[in-house]
Design a protein around this ligand. Structure first.
Ligand SMILES: Cc1cc2nc3c(=O)[nH]c(=O)nc-3n(C[C@H](O)[C@H](O)[C@H](O)COP(=O)(O)OP(=O)(O)OC[C@H]3O[C@@H](n4cnc5c(N)ncnc54)[C@H](O)[C@@H]3O)c2cc1C
Length: 182
């Protein structure tokens, strides 16, 4: 029987998955499953929202990383550990398929935490992906253009300022006051 390289399946193309694949020796059959077909350098993401840096400057297409990998643009949705299979759903949601593995690397990151701050999930724009940055950039431009229109005052009908921007990061717990500040 001829020797076949071990099948390595990596879930996720973020810092964890990307670095692992980059530094791996070519003695594996590598398959990557991720809803993102590029690596995103998140520390520079905020700069793209205001146009200081262009979107394409902070990404690296995953297929450029090496030419011996299979990439599937999909989410992992179910893990069958006993049979070493992962069920995946295409990023567009139309197809489901399974990928077998010998070794599995799960590097799917984490969900954004709103720290139970009321209204954040409904009203805020999150900044995790390139599309989030595009949406934020459009919103900022719209706000400035709207404020520039004739007949517009800096306060809108509900009394809030049109050009007020609130930015939030991880809340900090103030143990002396026993409260959270954003
Ligand atoms: C705006 C911003 C700025 C940041 N700045 C810094 C900084 O300056 N310094 C610093 O140390 N950290 C910074 N971070 C945090 C840093 O980006 C994260 O700690 C890091 O990305 C975590 O790496 P990861 O590989 O665990 O997850 P991620 O990089 O989030 O990657 C997760 C990957 O898994 C994929 N995925 C998700 N679900 C599935 C699924 N079901 N199946 C398959 N794939 C899936 C995602 O598409 C993504 O490709 C910043 C984060 C943000 C959002």
């Amino acid at each position: 029987m001829s020797w076949a390289p071990p099948r390595l399946l990596v879930l996720g193309t973020g810092f964890g998955g990307f670095n692992l694949i980059k530094h791996l020796k070519d003695d594996h059959e590598i398959t990557i499953v991720s809803p993102r077909n590029h690596f995103l350098f998140t520390p520079l993401l905020p700069s793209t929202t205001v146009g200081t840096i262009e979107f394409r400057s902070i990404i690296e297409p995953i297929r450029y990383l090496r030419d011996d990998l299979h990439f599937y643009h999909a989410h992992a949705v179910h893990l069958d550990v006993a049979n070493r299979k992962v069920t995946c759903r295409s990023a567009t949601g139309e197809n489901e398929f399974r990928v077998c593995y010998d070794t599995l690397i799960i590097a799917v990151g984490a969900m954004s935490n709103t720290f139970k701050v009321p209204g954040v999930d409904r009203n805020a724009l999150f900044l995790r992906e390139l599309n989030d940055a595009r949406e934020l950039r459009q919103r900022i431009i719209q706000c400035f253009e709207r404020a520039n229109l004739r007949g517009i005052t800096l306060r809108n009908a509900s009394g809030s300022y049109i050009l007020s921007f609130a930015a939030g990061n991880q809340p900090v717990w103030n143990s002396q006051r026993n409260s959270m500040t954003l």
